[in-house]
Design a protein around this ligand. Structure first.
Ligand SMILES: *Cc1c(COP(=O)(O)O)cnc(C)c1O
Length: 489
C-alpha cells in the first residue's frame, strides 16, 4: 500500500478555506517564518478517507482475530459498553461542575458510579476502600508503593526494600524503585512460584513489602500465600497484590482474605475496555483499613442524606496521583460490565477463562515443552526451546501464527523461561476458535521438524513481511524517502 505522500497530485485539494476577513497580524519575526510551503500530501477528501479506512483494516485486533496475548488479558469489549460510555449525561459532564448545590444534580450520577464501583471492588477483593484515580496498572502500582511508603513513614519505620519475584512484570520493580525502595529479587522454585523456604532468607526488618502477582505471570497460583503473608507481616511489612491477573480468580478468591494489604486492579484487563497501544486504562487501588488515611485525595463518599460528594479533607493523604477522578469512561464501562454479569456472571467469567486455558494446555502439551507442568489458571507459558534447537525460535512461531490469522501470544516473557510463549485465550473464545488455534500451533510444530525455512519466511500474508531487525537498529531511517534518497538506497 502506498504512503499518502505517494498519492499526492500537485494542486489537488480536499478542503477550501474562505479568504480571511480579519486583518492579519504579522508579528512573527521574519527570521522565524516559513520560506516555502510545508510539503503536505495534496489529495482529495475521498482519497484521504479511503487511505485511512484501508489502513485501519490492516490492523490485527480483537475485533478481527483471536488475540491470546498472555498477561495482557485482551478480552472482548461488549459493544453496549461503548453506548453506555457515550451517553451524553456522562460524556458531556465537566469535572469542575458543582457537586451538590446548583449544578450538583448533574454530577450525582457520575459520583454514584465512582462510589459504587469502588464498593463492588472492595467486595470482590476484600479491601476496605478504593481510590479510582490511577490511570493504568503501572500507575496503580506506583500509587500502591507510595501508600506503603506513607504508611511506614507514619509509623516511624525506616524500611528500605521491596521483595519481588523474578517472574514479575517489569512494572513491579520500576514502581517500587520510583517510590524509593531497593528491589530484592526472589527466585521462583521448580514449581514456578515463590517458596517460603527461599523467601524466609530475604525477609527482615528492612522489608517494606512483598509485591506479588497471583496467579503469577506463569498462570500459576501460589498455595503458600498465607505463609508468605505471615512471614512479611511478622516483620511489620505489607503485602502488595498486583491484580492484573484478577480475571483468573474474580469471585472465587479475595486478595484481602489471602493476607494482602494493598491491591491494584487493571479494569482494562478484567472488566472489559479495549486496551493496548498505551491506553486508556484504569488502575484503581484498594487498601486494608490501616492504609485508608493515606489514599489519594479526593475520595467519593456517600452522605447520610443519600447524596454523594468528594471528600478533600484528608490530612495524611499522599495527595493527587492524577487529574480529577481517573479515566472516568473506563470506570463507567467496568460499572456497566459488572452490572451486566452480576455476581454469578463474574464467577463464570473467571471459571471459563481458566477452563479455556487448561483446554489449550492439554491439547498443546504433546507438541511443546511445558516448563512448569501443573494445572494452570487463566494463562500458561510454553517453551519453544526444543523447536529452537532445530532453528525455529519463539519469534518464528509467532510470525507463523500471523499467517494463520492469529495474533501472536506474548513472547520471551517471563524471562525465566527460555523461548517463552505466554498464552491467554480469555473466556470469550468459542471451542471452534480454540481448536483452530491449537491446529495452527500443531501445524507449526510439525513445520519446525520438516520445513523450518517455511517459518523463517513468515509472515507472507501481511502488507509488510519479515523485517530485517539488525538493519532496523543499525541503519535506522524514520524519514519518508524523497526521490533522491530512494535512488541511493
Ligand atoms: C499489564 C500488567 C501490568 C501493567 O499494567 P498497565 O495497565 O499496562 O500499566 C502490571 N502487572 C502485570 C502482571 C500485568 O499483566
Amino acid at each position: 500500500m502506498n504512503l499518502i505522500f505517494e498519492k499526492s497530485t500537485p494542486g489537488r485539494r480536499g478542503f477550501r478555506v474562505p479568504p480571511s476577513d480579519v486583518p492579519s497580524r504579522a508579528e512573527i519575526p521574519q527570521a522565524l517564518r516559513r520560506t516555502r510551503d510545508a510539503e503536505l500530501p495534496e489529495v482529495s477528501e475521498l482519497e484521504v478517507v479511503r487511505h485511512f479506512t484501508q489502513l485501519s483494516q490492516r490492523n490485527f485486533s480483537i475485533d478481527t482475530h483471536m488475540y491470546p496475548l498472555g498477561s495482557c488479558t485482551m478480552k472482548y469489549n461488549p459493544r453496549f459498553l461503548e453506548d453506555v460510555a457515550a451517553l451524553e449525561g456522562f460524556s458531556r459532564l465537566h469535572p469542575l461542575l458543582p457537586q451538590l448545590r446548583g449544578g450538583g444534580i448533574l454530577t450525582q450520577g457520575a459520583l454514584q458510579v465512582l462510589y459504587e464501583v469502588a464498593q463492588w471492588l472492595c467486595e470482590i477483593t476484600g479491601m476496605a476502600q478504593f481510590s479510582m484515580q490511577p490511570l493504568a496498572g503501572a500507575h496503580g502500582e506506583l500509587t500502591g508503593a507510595m501508600l506503603i511508603a506513607a504508611y511506614h513513614r507514619f509509623h516511624g519505620n525506616r524500611k528500605t526494600t521491596v521483595i519481588i519475584p523474578d517472574s514479575a512484570h517489569g512494572t513491579n520493580p520500576a514502581s517500587a524503585a520510583i517510590a524509593g525502595y531497593q528491589v530484592v529479587a526472589a527466585p521462583s522454585n521448580e514449581r514456578g512460584v515463590l517458596d517460603p523456604a527461599h523467601v524466609k532468607d530475604l525477609v527482615n526488618d528492612q522489608t517494606a513489602a512483598l509485591m506479588l502477582t497471583c496467579p503469577n505471570t506463569l498462570g500459576l497460583f501460589n498455595r503458600d500465600i498465607r505463609t508468605l503473608a505471615d512471614m512479611v507481616h511478622a516483620v511489620g511489612g505489607l503485602m502488595y497484590y498486583d491484580g492484573a491477573n484478577l480475571n483468573a480468580i474474580a469471585g472465587w478468591a479475595r486478595p484481602g482474605d489471602l493476607g494482602f494489604d494493598v491491591v491494584q486492579l487493571n479494569l482494562h484487563k478484567t472488566f472489559a475496555t479495549p486496551h493496548g497501544g498505551g491506553g486508556p486504562g484504569a488502575g484503581p487501588v484498594g487498601v486494608a483499613e490501616p492504609l485508608v488515611p493515606f489514599l489519594p485525595t479526593s475520595v467519593v463518599v456517600k452522605r447520610a442524606d443519600g447524596t454523594y460528594a468528594l471528600e478533600y479533607d484528608r490530612k495524611d493523604s499522599i495527595g493527587y496521583v492524577a487529574p480529577f477522578y481517573g479515566n472516568f469512561g473506563v470506570i463507567l464501562k467496568a460499572y456497566a460490565y459488572m452490572l451486566a454479569l452480576g455476581r454469578e456472571g463474574l464467577k463464570r467469567m473467571a471459571e471459563t477463562a481458566v477452563l479455556n486455558a487448561n483446554y489449550l494446555l492439554a491439547r498443546l502439551r504433546p507438541h511443546y515443552k511445558v516448563p512448569f507442568d501443573r494445572r494452570c489458571m487463566h494463562e500458561f507459558v510454553l517453551s519453544a526451546a526444543p523447536q529452537a534447537k532445530k532453528g525455529v525460535k519463539a519469534l518464528d512461531i509467532a510470525k507463523g501464527l500471523i499467517d494463520r490469522g492469529i495474533h501472536p501470544p506474548t513472547m520471551y516473557f517471563p524471562g525465566i523461561v527460555p523461548e517463552a510463549l505466554m498464552i491467554e485465550p480469555t473466556e470469550t473464545e468459542s471451542k471452534e476458535t480454540l481448536d483452530a488455534f491449537v491446529d495452527a500451533m500443531i501445524e507449526i510444530a510439525r513445520l519446525a521438524d520438516e520445513d523450518p525455512d517455511a517459518l523463517h519466511r513468515a509472515p507472507t500474508t501481511t502488507p509488510v513481511g519479515r523485517l530485517d531487525e539488525v538493519a532496523a537498529a543499525r541503519r535506522l531511517d524514520v524519514c519518508f524517502p524523497l526521490p533522491d534518497d530512494a535512488a541511493q538506497a
